[in-house]
Design a protein around this ligand. Structure first.
Ligand code: UDP
Ligand code: MG
Length: 355
């Protein structure tokens, strides 16, 4: 809508030169404490009511920004977002080039947040804005991640059963005891969304990654409302894909920092078995037996080759981890608190500044 950027200098920060392209269409305002990120695909009908109810809940109590992400909608979503932004300076909107899926929508939103507390919720009014204060309270209590737990889900029955099985498996495999990992209503301390990369469908497992990174994770019960407009953007195939993702996160959280422990172990097991088999055949050969036509010879040889391959994968994995670790910035370290004086230490202060 507005191509002319009205950039006012922030009160507490020096004016920056960066007024050109990147900030076109953005106004600078007072830094809010709460950032609410709402990804939406064709949710034009729900957005105005959502914005209104969020404002009603937080007005006068919290400073907040509401960041809508239009994930390539083909309805009037973007127009509606434009009018909501024009009507309330606390509302901002980002539009993706096409439909990339909820994960990308969330990433885009999270990259824009300024508040200390970041809350994500669905655009479809199934999550109730009146429950925002509950999430904020939990973060104030000291938790880093607060996951909504839909006490009574209002989704079709077949989905409920699958969701149960899914959540049970996730609890069992990951050890993160949450009732409703996948709830779209969650709150984070900002550090969490700046730390955890989300891609593909892995955003469903943010709490698992967060727990693994040492963040404190908890849940709060929420009411779930039936969808007012349109139908769910997902079908049952989501659960199936969820199981593949479960394998990925199990690997990522357990072994990505020490891949050799997994690949090395498998490689060693295979390699040794192969060597043992072929040694046995060698002994037989010395004793005068014919071994050329024995399937066991092939089996043993394949095991040795596979074993070596797994080992090499372990090495490559370790090397990638090493490179990654070397590039780590001071802000990436999993430090919760730090005390004691560091003198003037301006360099350190600069380095640990967010973004
Ligand atoms: N969504 C999105 N991009 C997509 C699919 C979904 O931004 O490609 C949004 C959708 O508009 C909604 C939220 O993600 O705000 C959750 O989707 P939905 O309500 O369809 O899922 P359900 O509630 O059925 O789990
Ligand atoms: Mg929904």
């Amino acid at each position: 809508m507005s191509q002319t950027a009205t950039v006012e200098p922030e009160t507490d920060k020096p004016k920056r030169e960066k007024t050109a392209s990147g900030l076109a269409g953005l106004r600078l305002s007072e830094t809010p404490r709460i950032s609410i990120v709402v990804p939406g695909l064709n949710e034009a009908e729900s957005l105005p009511e959502l914005a209104k109810r969020i404002a009603e809940t937080l007005d006068g109590k919290e400073t907040f920004e509401l960041i809508f992400v239009d994930d390539g909608s083909t309805d009037d979503s973007w127009k509606v977002m434009q009018s909501l932004v024009a009507a309330d300076p606390r509302v901002r909107a980002v539009r993706l080039r096409k439909n990339f899926g909820k994960a990308m929508g969330l990433s885009a939103g999270f990259s824009r947040v300024r508040g200390e507390i970041v809350i994500m919720m669905d655009a479809d009014l199934q999550d109730d804005p009146a429950e925002l204060p509950k999430f904020i309270e939990k973060i104030e209590e000291g938790y880093d991640v607060v996951v909504g737990w839909k006490l009574k889900r209002l989704d079709p029955a077949n989905r409920l059963v699958l969701t149960r099985i899914f959540n049970g498996t996730v609890r069992w495999v990951t050890g993160v005891k949450l009732h409703d990992m996948n709830c779209g209503f969650k709150a984070y301390r900002r550090e969490v969304v700046k730390t955890i990369p989300i891609y593909g469908d892995l955003f469903r497992y943010i709490p698992v990654f967060a727990a693994w990174e040492g963040f404190r994770v908890t849940e709060v019960g929420v009411h779930h409302h039936p969808r007012k407009h349109g139908a769910s953007r997902y079908g049952l195939e989501r659960i199936l894909r969820g199981f593949f993702d479960l394998i990925s996160i199990t690997f990522l959280t357990k072994y990505s920092k020490r891949p050799m422990h997994l690949f090395g172990a498998i490689g060693l097991l295979m390699g040794f078995t192969g060597v043992a088999i072929n040694l046995y055949l060698t002994v037989l050969w010395f004793l005068g037996h014919k071994i050329g036509d024995r399937p066991l010879l092939l089996f043993g040889s394949i095991l040795i080759v596979l074993g070596l391959q797994f080992f090499s994968m372990g090495f490559i994995g370790e090397y990638l981890t090493y490179l990654n670790q070397k590039r780590m910035k001071a802000t990436d370290l999993p430090i919760r608190e730090e005390i004691g004086s560091i003198g003037s230490g301006s360099e350190l202060a600069l380095e640990s500044r967010p973004d």
